[in-house]
Design a binder for this molecule. Structure first.
Ligand code: CP3
Length: 361
């Protein structure tokens, strides 16, 4: 008895980041907060900001594939706002070159895949991802971030979901109508399934690699799942997400997994079927309703409209309070419903964090 109570005392003296406690359903005094795309172009040119780094290093791939720059950019919002989550500065497309899919991210245009994949032969050329060989800088950066952040916040990794990655590599970049991937899905589904399977295996490995190198929770972005009708989500996204979650849970049973899909209102219950710990809601769903539909076992993240940050400080405060009240006590990570928009006033982001960190249940 004495032995186990001593163990308890030791365990409770090592403070875990608030975000992890909240996800596990422990009693927390306020919701942890971080913002998707918290590192990036809205940050002021004050001599140390992202904008200045972009002038010196105009290539996105350079900024996101160099250990020192990745660490510096990831820590910028941490130094200024002290969020409860510090997300790795990277991109969902970062693993692609290691899978033999050359790409770039072009200013003003976004992601560009040089040779879009459309045929069975194209898919055969895709290599399975070996993170330690292809992206050693990611592991090194995560390890440094863990040291720098000292458990005062959770260090977050992320990956793209198979369908979202496939949509980029089949379309050749961002898309409006997703006609190329839908042509493939609805006329030659076997080819798309082969590609999705490669992404599922590779992204499961990538999550394990991130966790082994310091990530304390990992978010899966299925940004374009919203383009699929629910029956097609069940065929082209859900099984692969579930496979990733199952694989990672076997090796890392306590690693919290967060799943984000934009336009998630029509898919909520299906997102929970993946087995993730946290479902990240966009603002198309009322938070109270989302909570009800997901049930008590799943934690929720979100879901203030990023556009709210263009409103007045009072307006921002009201919207934060509304979401926090509707999410209820515990099992909630306060966040936006999608990434911060370029042009957002930095002082409004500061206000968001200040209000959020002052909340007490
Ligand atoms: O949240 C963070 O602060 C971490 C950084 C992060 C980036 N991309 C950096 C980035 C994260 C989590 C991502 C994920 C990502 N990348 C997603 C999923 C999230 C979402 O928005 O739905 C998607 C779909 C991508 C693909 C991608 N990369 C797009 C559509 C763009 C925008 C192109 C543009 O010019 O606006 C990128 C580039 C990118 N990735 C930027 C940043 C900060 C902007 C380019 C830059 O800063 O130079």
């Amino acid at each position: 008895v004495i032995h186990s109570s001593l163990q308890g005392a030791v365990a409770s003296s090592v403070a875990e980041p608030l975000l992890l406690n909240a996800v596990r359903g422990e009693d927390v005094e306020r919701p942890p907060v971080w913002l998707m795309r918290q590192a990036g172009r809205y940050m002021k040119a004050d001599g140390t900001s992202y904008q200045i780094i972009c002038e010196k290093h105009p290539s996105f791939r350079e900024r996101s594939e160099n250990v020192d720059l990745v660490v510096e950019i990831s820590l910028q919002p941490w130094k200024v706002f002290r969020p409860d989550g510090v997300i790795l500065f990277s991109d969902i497309l970062t693993p692609l070159s290691g899978m033999n899919i050359p790409f770039d991210i072009v200013k003003g245009k976004g992601p560009v895949i040089f040779n879009p994949l459309r045929t069975a032969d194209d898919v055969d050329q895709v290599r399975e991802f070996v993170p330690e060989e292809s992206v050693p800088y990611v592991g090194e950066a995560l390890t440094i971030l863990r040291k720098e952040v000292e458990n005062k916040a959770a260090v977050l990794g992320f990956v793209g979901a198979p369908f979202t990655l496939a949509s980029y590599v089949v379309e050749g970049g961002s898309s409006k109508h997703f006609s190329k991937i839908k042509r493939l899905a609805f006329s030659q589904p076997k080819i798309l399934h082969a590609l999705l399977q490669k992404f599922a295996t590779s992204m499961a490995k990538y999550i394990q690699y991130q966790a082994d190198n310091g990530a304390q929770a990992v978010q899966i972005f299925d940004s374009w799942a919203t383009e699929l009708s629910p029956v097609d989500f069940e065929e082209f996204s859900l099984p692969y997400l579930k496979q990733i979650v199952d694989t990672v849970k076997q090796s890392h049973p306590t690693l919290p997994l967060i799943l984000y899909a934009s336009g998630s209102g029509g898919l909520l219950e299906r997102l929970a079927l993946t087995g993730v710990d946290v479902v990240s809601l966009d603002w198309s769903v009322d938070m109270a309703e989302g909570r009800r539909r997901l049930g008590p076992d799943v934690a929720v993240q979100g879901n203030v409209d990023p556009g709210v940050l263009f409103g007045s400080k009072e307006f921002i405060t009201n919207r934060i309070n509304d979401v926090v009240k509707k999410a209820g006590r515990g099992k909630h990570i306060l966040n936006l419903g999608h990434g911060i928009v370029v042009g957002t006033p930095e002082e409004n982001v500061a206000h968001f964090f200040e209000v959020a960190k002052g909340i007490r249940y």
